[in-house]
Write a protein that binds this ligand. Structure first.
Ligand SMILES: [Zn+2]
Length: 424
């Protein structure tokens, strides 16, 4: 009996310790499903509260019945929110128990010198480190790369584009890829860096990337929203928009992926500056969007392919997002993303949904891919990278390589098919 008694005392002591020292709640992410219209409205109210941040969907207005909502809840509000959910008989579970720990894991290398090399691309990088890395790449590969300054952000951070080319003469085709429109989607800039590294290492080694670089120039914008990205490293990991301020409101930031001139600020965007899907004062009001549209307009005759990288939810999307109408080459683009999704599933065992934006997620006007498409870039895509909600925006560094490799496989297969079509 004695060992059992001792065990009971130890368990009890452990409980007291937990109550005494661990009772303060931690920041959490909850998965909540509303099943009635009444619950939908309640959940919209809860998720509009300051101490919560919606992970999925991007705005309370998108919340519908029977679709799980991923909600980040600050420690101080965990008890109140869970009590509310219980009172109103919501079905919910804890998706992430302790987000602070995951954030620490993601930023652990913050002081590590990127010059040390090693696993550089299997971790997340601060804005300064990203600038350092792309600058270093351009210096080490002057025959394949060119660093181009296309503008600056609201807070005057530079918007650097890296142009990648094969070792050959000029060509008349190009591809564009941007990452980091939304600040908290850290896997996105990580992917742009991954792609750059892959291109310079495997040119003349891998036939696909060699063909891509021999036939096209590839323009890569690793961080389209540097101010927001910086803010997620210093102040609020859950920030989505840029950091522009305007008179008449204390709310900061515009959703850059609602600021393009593509059915701007219609259903699926918000004119409220406090909203996470705020469209801005007018189309292209934001300097980050102005810089990108200016460059794309100037190069639209050569740019045949457009990619925009986001996370999370594992989707391969194409226009339109601003209307349910189909684009003229819908079936062509549908076949491309389908082939890419099948390839990812076969090689990486991961499921990616695919289709037009409006039909696959929800209406989202003012987006970059729709705008690019309407400019005449007929192969225009938005990718939502890993994962499907297990870690959401807090994808641990040890998952970066798989997330990037599968996205790379998709970019390669689509690019190769498009190059074949253009040469027909
Ligand atoms: Zn996004």
């Amino acid at each position: 009996m004695r060992p059992l008694l001792l065990l009971a005392i130890l368990i009890c002591f452990h409980c007291v310790l937990r109550k005494g020292f661990c009772s303060s709640e931690q920041d959490k992410v909850l998965s909540i499903t509303a099943v009635t219209q009444e619950q939908v409205i309640l959940l919209q109210n809860i998720s509009s509260h300051n101490e919560t941040t919606l992970w999925q969907p991007a705005s309370p207005s998108y919340i519908t019945e029977n679709t799980p909502v991923h909600l980040f809840v600050q420690s101080s509000s965990v008890t109140r929110v869970t009590e509310l959910l219980n009172t109103h008989r919501f079905s919910f579970s804890v998706l992430l128990e302790n987000t602070q720990q995951l954030i620490q894991e993601q930023t652990r290398n913050i002081t590590t010198d990127p010059k040390s090399g090693g696993m550089t691309y299997e971790r997340y990088h601060s804005l300064e480190d990203i600038y350092y890395l792309i600058n270093k790449t351009s210096q080490e590969h002057p025959d394949m790369t060119k660093l181009i300054l296309i503008g600056s952000s609201f807070e005057k951070n530079p918007l650097y584009l890296l142009k990648l080319s094969g070792r050959r003469g000029p060509v008349d085709k190009a591809m564009w890829m941007d990452c980091g429109i939304h600040a908290r989607e850290w896997i996105s800039p990580a992917f742009c860096l991954w792609f750059i590294k892959y291109a310079v290492i495997f040119y003349k080694e891998n036939p696909d990337i060699t063909a891509m670089l021999d036939k096209m120039d590839i323009y890569i914008l690793p961080v389209m929203n540097p101010d927001g990205y910086k803010y997620t490293w210093t102040t609020n990991r859950m920030w989505r928009k840029n950091r522009s301020v305007r008179e008449g409101t204390s709310c900061v930031g515009v959703d850059l992926n609602r600021n393009f001139d593509a059915n701007w600020c219609t259903a699926g965007a918000s004119s409220n500056p406090c909203s996470d899907i705020y469209c801005g004062q007018y189309p292209e009001s934001e300097p980050e969007v102005q810089a990108v549209t200016k460059f794309l307009r100037a190069h639209k005759d050569s740019i045949k392919l457009y990619f925009s990288m986001h996370s999370y939810s594992q989707m391969l999307l194409f226009p339109y997002s601003y209307t349910h109408d189909q684009i003229p080459n819908h079936s062509e683009l549908f076949d491309l993303v389908k082939e890419a999704a099948v390839k990812i599933r076969r090689h990486y065992k991961n499921v990616y949904h695919f289709g037009s934006g409006a039909k696959t997620i929800y209406l989202a006007p003012g987006g970059s891919d729709d705008w690019a498409y309407d400019q005449g870039i007929l192969y225009s895509f938005t990718f939502e990278l890993q994962d499907r909600g297990r870690y959401g925006f807090l994808l641990p560094p040890n998952l970066i390589s798989v997330a990037c490799n599968e996205a790379l496989a998709a970019v390669k297969i689509i690019s190769m098919r498009v190059l074949e079509k253009l040469h027909e």
